[in-house]
Write a protein that binds this ligand. Structure first.
Ligand SMILES: Nc1ncnc2c1ncn2[C@@H]1O[C@H](COP(=O)(O)OP(=O)(O)OP(=O)(O)O)[C@@H](O)[C@H]1O
Length: 298
């Protein structure tokens, strides 16, 4: 499906926010259909996502796994309106956002239905705001009185296992693992339907990595849907309900985490599974891995 009109449309009235009283539990939080994304112009134009179709149900955790340059971040950026689709559709919380103007995208992002956590928490946090102010800011912007905002961030702090004494510190005065947990808490403040985390643990040491992954796992009980992007299948395997494997801009395999790990079909997925030491699957020997690599280059 091509959108010659992937150019911005005129800004219409703000669509009603019906997400809280939509009676259909089956409505996906995110539905991507036949998505193509290009970068560059004219002779430099290059397709980085091709015919990507993926849907995320309410409360579901989906892992998107792929090697560097496979298009993972581009996919996240397309869902947030930071890059434009050249074909296909993106529907967020029931709203087709494919042809949204910049202004409509900004309003959608500000509404907080979808939140994004970067690999580097310093990109999510203002270095001049204390942890308390960082967490309260999205609520203050929505007109929530300061006292109420501060009361509402307390349980979030507990959810990400941070002590209250950190509230008065600046991001530069806490550890990298603590910063990432603040970034996760901040993403939850607006009670989003979907949180996209782009390599949230790859900059952390192994103790912090385990802790943040455990926190993400526990978030499943809150009903928020999670898209967890990683180059490391091992990181997402214990959390994701489903795993989607992105290879050179195409989703080559999507299935339940169990199926993808136990019965990988695509050679790239087989290579990923056989190279992940923490998955407790029978590791492929060198010859098998070489054969899989050869299959990928043909
Ligand atoms: N703004 C841009 N302009 C042109 N090309 C880009 C741009 N951003 C990314 N690319 C290219 O698009 C491809 C996909 O990049 P993307 O960042 O989505 O991959 P990724 O899977 O997230 O990689 P990584 O794991 O290294 O972050 C890469 O070849 C990259 O060089």
């Amino acid at each position: 499906m091509t959108h010659p009109g992937s150019a911005p449309r005129a800004d219409g009235p703000e669509p009603q926010d019906t997400r809280r009283d939509d009676p259909s539990p089956a409505r996906p939080v995110l539905a991507i259909t036949g998505l193509d994304v290009h970068y560059g112009l004219r002779r430099r134009r290059r397709k980085v996502l091709h015919d990507v179709t993926l849907s995320v149900a309410p409360g579901e955790t989906v892992g998107i796994v792929g090697e560097t340059g496979s298009g993972k971040s581009t996919l996240a950026r397309a869902v947030l309106g930071l890059v434009r689709a050249s074909a296909g559709t993106v529907t967020v919380a029931g709203e087709d956002v494919t042809g949204h103007s910049e202004a409509k995208w900004r309003r959608l992002r500000r509404r907080g239905t979808v939140q994004y956590v970067f690999q580097d928490p310093l990109r999510s946090l203002d270095p001049d705001l204390t942890v308390a102010d960082s967490l309260a800011e999205p609520l203050l912007l929505r007109g929530v009185p300061r006292g109420e905002a501060l009361a509402r961030i307390r349980p979030l702090l507990e959810r990400v296992r941070l002590p209250g004494e950190l509230l008065d510190r600046l991001p530069g005065e806490i550890s990298g693992g603590q910063r990432q947990r603040v970034a996760v808490a901040r993403a939850l403040v607006t009670e989003p339907e979907l949180v996209i985390l782009d390599e949230p643990v790859s900059a952390l040491d192994s103790a912090n990595r385990v802790q943040v992954l455990q926190i993400l796992k526990e978030l499943r009980t809150t009903g928020v849907a999670i898209v967890l992007i990683s180059h490391d299948l091992g990181s997402v395997a214990g959390i994701a309900d489903r795993i989607a494997v992105l290879y050179r801009g195409e989703l080559v395999e999507t299935g339940t985490a169990r199926d993808v790990i136990r019965r990988p079909r695509h050679p790239y997925t087989r290579l990923l599974v056989s190279s992940a030491p923490t998955l407790h699957t029978a590791p492929a020997d060198r010859a098998e891995r070489a054969a899989l690599r050869a299959a990928l280059t043909t």
